[in-house]
Design a protein around this ligand. Structure first.
Ligand SMILES: Nc1ncnc2c1ncn2[C@@H]1O[C@H](COP(=O)(O)OP(=O)(O)OP(=O)(O)O)[C@@H](O)[C@H]1O
Ligand SMILES: [Mg+2]
Length: 157
């Protein structure tokens, strides 16, 4: 059962960046964000904006399309940014160390359908879709775990 849900219109890449910064400011180690949506929907743009807002020193945040995983360090936490598009088996998720990272780090996962039943139950789900116009995206955010209640409250305002 979904406990929380919210739909947002993101009218530009900047609007997506602003939201990513707001959400990033609330994250704690062990928070997992699952970023769903078709190619070009804005998953990497969201993740990059969020990560860059948390890094103590400015750094490039490349798409992990080929490396599968990029790991960043902040004073409070590691941040794992992964793109599982090329994954062929959920076993590889364990080999990558991602299941361990779910228990310790902040994790941003693109193409989380590849996780199958390894998707953490307490994750925040962000589902991006393309809008009518070029710069427009829709976002549906859902979660089951009560730990996300304050975030949904603040985003609803
Ligand atoms: N409202 C918006 N929100 C996010 N990105 C937008 C928006 N409008 C335009 N864009 C542009 O759309 C592109 C989204 O590309 P991005 O790499 O983030 O997609 P992706 O979902 O990660 O795709 P992939 O599945 O290939 O990894 C970027 O070039 C971004 O600037
Ligand atoms: Mg991407």
């Amino acid at each position: 059962m979904t406990s929380f849900h919210l739909s947002l219109d993101l009218s530009s890449a900047n609007a997506t960046q602003d939201l990513a910064i707001r959400i990033g400011a609330t994250l704690q180690p062990t928070d997992v964000l699952l970023l769903e949506g078709p190619i070009g929907a804005g998953k990497t743009h969201f993740a990059r904006s969020l990560i860059q807002s948390l890094l103590p020193v400015a750094e490039d945040v490349p798409s992990p399309t080929f490396t599968l995983v990029q790991v960043y360090e902040t004073a409070e936490s590691e941040i794992w940014h992964t793109d599982l598009y090329r994954l062929t088996s959920p076993d590889e998720v364990v080999e990558l160390g991602l299941t361990d990272a779910f228990e310790e780090a902040i994790c941003l996962v693109e193409w989380p359908d590849r996780l199958a039943d390894l998707q953490p139950d307490n994750a925040l789900f962000l589902s991006f879709s393309l809008g009518k116009d070029e710069g427009q995206r829709h976002l549906r955010i859902t979660a089951k775990d009560q730990k996300w209640a304050p975030l949904f409250e603040s985003l609803a305002q």
